[in-house]
Ligand binder design. Structure first.
Ligand code: BG6
Length: 303
């Protein structure tokens, strides 16, 4: 299926598309760079994690920690980490990492894609990989990144087993903002949310969201587009989705940033996560022989 993740020449020979998809060594690991007209996307093979999305004329859309390095077994903060097959703490507790275990794995490069006008990349973890990670042997997971006049990221889970599979997951998107004080998030008003900072109590607000303190919310019954309006960068980022009824909004603010240690100086002022999820009561139940595709569609528009 693939060349070894670190073998850049072999990856380019097998999957590269001249002028459109190229592999390189960056951040201490292997990345793929996709180009379409004036836009570019960088994807790390570790974690199948998008690290950068720069549409033409709109500047970098994603926030990435200044400490980002692709060290084996260590999660990279920023871009679009893949949380799978559980979101948040492991449901059973006990030594398992938060947000699942695939964000620190080396994924297989399956193929470069030329679809319509755009360019794409497909990465996977096979059922053998997941068994080796002491999970289930009858499941596979793929990330499909597609760049054209916007960015699409799909997280596809295939259940080959004989029983239904229940997972929670997220495309944990870190968005770069000019200044958090000048940001409004539209599209979540009147939507009930689980306040993870208030012992999971359910709340609702009538106004567009502004981030003025640590924020950690799982919006439920949230299927429509969410728009981040950024007055400083003079742009709007619109996130639409499929097969997701939950949206997570997260900003660690001052004290939690200090505890995390990889947010960089004042990093919390220049990011907010708007995560396309199956979280809270919105677990994905995948029938035997079926698949589930959680997709996030990210579009930048000059305001
Ligand atoms: C968010 C969660 O999705 O991710 C937060 O809602 C969590 O509770 C945050 O703190 C960051 O998680 P991590 O594991 O990447 O530090």
């Amino acid at each position: 299926m693939d060349a070894i993740a670190g073998d850049v020449p072999a990856l380019n020979a097998r999957h590269g598309i001249p002028g459109r998809l190229a592999f390189a060594a960056r951040f201490g690991g292997t990345i793929a760079e996709l180009r379409h007209e004036g836009a570019s996307v960088v994807v790390a093979v570790q974690g199948a994690q998008v690290l950068s999305y720069e549409p033409e004329g709109c500047g970098e859309v994603l926030w990435l920690s200044p400490q980002a390095r692709l060290d084996t077994g260590k999660a990279v903060r920023g871009g679009i980490p893949v949380c799978w097959p559980w979101f948040g703490p492991h449901p059973g507790g006990g030594g398992q990492p938060a947000h699942g275990f695939v964000r620190t794995r080396n994924w297989h490069v399956v193929e470069g894609l030329e679809r319509g006008q755009g360019v794409g990349l497909r990465l996977a973890l096979t059922s053998q990989d997941l068994t080796a990670a002491s999970w289930r042997e009858d499941v596979s997971v793929e990330v499909v990144v597609q760049l054209d006049d916007h960015l699409d990221v799909a997280l596809v889970t295939q259940n080959f087993g004989h029983e239904a599979l229940t997972i929670t997951q997220a495309l944990h998107t870190y968005l770069r903002v000019g200044d958090i004080d000048a940001v409004t998030i539209d599209g979540l008003q009147n939507t009930p949310f689980i306040d993870q900072l208030a012992m999971g109590s359910i709340k609702r607000e009538t106004h567009a969201l502004r981030i003025t303190q640590e924020t950690d919310r799982i919006y439920q019954d949230s299927e429509g587009p969410v728009t981040l309006c950024d007055a400083v960068l003079g742009r709007r980022i619109v996130i639409s989705k499929t097969q997701s009824r939950s949206t997570v909004v997260w900003n660690p603010w001052i004290e939690k940033s200090a505890r995390l240690g990889d947010m960089g100086a004042l990093g919390y002022r220049h990011m907010v996560c708007i995560e396309t999820a199956n979280a809270g009561s919105d677990a994905a139940v995948i029938a035997p022989g079926h698949s589930h595709a959680l997709t996030a569609n990210i579009r930048a528009v000059r305001a």
